[in-house]
Design a protein around this ligand. Structure first.
Ligand code: FAD
Length: 377
């Protein structure tokens, strides 16, 4: 067993971290990303990390993608941007890479890798969140394609998107096997993107509803086979649950550094507060959660890269990272005291940005259900 990164992996991590710090290291503005900031991330290669090199991507596997996203999350305090770029890559470009028709791959992958195109994943509906077996959006077969109708309720990146990966019911009686996946241009007639959501955190990532009204999608823009949509979605969620959460490892690393620095500098009762065991042990607990979560995430990615069974490993990793990020962010607020509660220190923002990690990509409860099933319960 070898726990070391290779020299190449270490170098790539350091390079991404220093470029991210240079281009995207300033505090979050609290506004959705601008085209310029998206392009800055793209210039570092972050929009195409695991896309094929023939389309301008980095050609990386899951672990190397995760390492780069970890560096992104560490160097960029705008976690909404980290999330937006990661969702574009993992929930959208990955299923296009793996399931699109060769002509559609040619049409879209270069633009997705270069960041010229922004992608959004539109799966969730008002009545289909954790349970995705009964989608109200319909995909009706027409002579040369499909007609989509219905509403998607929560699509990150949608207000800025050029491309949508979406899913509809093509066979109502077939449940899980009646869902079909599509890639749809956002400017196609019949696509309407709703107003920007106001939300608790991840403000750098715009999100909104998406409506399809007699939207005619050519058959070439179906992903995989008819009825394969649920499998394609789970495949993309495998990548997202594994690699996207590496951004949160980076956030926790940066947060830990901030807490150590604050606890060393802040004095009360004539001593640095880090000398009080209550404070130092709190920070040790943060470190322990981070390291444990990191090991689970790296192992999940490693299993993916080696073509090994990874369902339970990824569910454990997603749960561990997302819960550690919330717990550590609460601890960080305590360590900073009143200043942690003020927006200016950026600590309360970390808490707001980490809470949704236990919800998106499948809630913590759903991850536990997966693990329970895998261990035979
Ligand atoms: C920041 C953010 C970004 C998002 N981005 C996207 C996106 O880009 N695209 C997209 O399609 N969606 C997106 N979503 C939606 C997200 O995928 C859903 O919110 C999530 O899957 C949960 O669905 P729900 O909100 O309908 O909750 P529900 O499914 O209604 O769940 C509510 C509660 O019930 C629990 N629950 C439900 N079923 C079970 C069960 N079987 N066992 C135990 N507990 C259960 C859940 O764990 C949860 O606590 C995003 C959400 C957030 C917060």
């Amino acid at each position: 067993m070898d726990f070391d990164l290779t020299e190449k992996q270490r170098q790539r991590y350091d390079d991404v971290l220093s470029e991210v710090r240079e281009r995207l290291g300033e505090p979050s503005s609290g506004e959705p990303f601008t085209p310029a900031r998206w392009q800055d991330a793209a210039r570092i290669g972050l929009t195409g990390l695991c896309l094929p090199t023939e389309f301008g991507g980095g050609g990386l596997g899951a672990l190397d993608t995760a390492l780069c996203l970890e560096a992104f999350g560490r160097g960029c305090p705008d976690t909404g941007l980290v999330f937006a770029v990661s969702a574009h890559l993992l929930a959208c470009a990955v299923p296009i890479r793996d399931f699109a028709d060769v002509s559609v791959r040619g049409e879209l992958l270069s633009g997705l890798a270069s960041g010229e195109l922004v992608a959004a994943n539109a799966m969730t509906e008002d009545d289909a969140g954790s349970d995705l077996s009964r989608l109200a959006v319909t995909a009706e077969r027409k002579d040369d394609g499909y007609r989509l109708n219905g509403d998607k309720s929560f699509a990150s990146n949608a207000p800025a998107a050029d491309v949508l990966v979406t899913y509809g019911t093509s066979d109502r009686g077939a449940g899980f096997l009646g869902v079909t996946a599509f890639v749809v241009r956002a400017d196609l007639p019949g696509v309407q993107v709703g107003e920007l959501f106001r939300k608790m955190g991840l403000s750098g990532c715009p999100a909104g509803r998406v409506a399809f009204r007699d939207c005619e999608v050519p058959a070439s823009h179906r992903l995989g086979a008819e009825g394969q949509g649920s499998i394609i979605f789970q495949h993309s969620m495998g990548w997202e649950r594994a690699c996207l959460f590496a951004g949160y490892l980076g956030l926790m690393e940066r947060q830990l550094e901030q807490c150590v620095q604050h606890a060393s500098g802040r004095r009360q009762f004539g001593r640095g507060i880090g000398e009080f065991q209550a404070v130092s042990h709190r920070i040790v607990g943060m470190k322990q959660r981070l390291e444990a979560a990191r090991l689970l995430l790296y192992r999940g990615c490693w299993l993916m890269d080696h073509g090994r069974e990874h369902t339970m490993a990824i569910a454990l990793s997603k749960t561990a990272v997302s819960e550690a990020a919330v717990a550590n962010s609460l601890d960080a607020v305590q360590i900073f005291g009143g200043s942690g509660y003020l927006s200016s220190a950026g600590i309360e923002q970390q808490l707001r940005d980490t809470v949704p990690g236990t919800i998106f990509s499948g809630t913590t409860d759903i991850q536990r259900e997966i693990v329970a099933r895998e261990i035979g319960l």
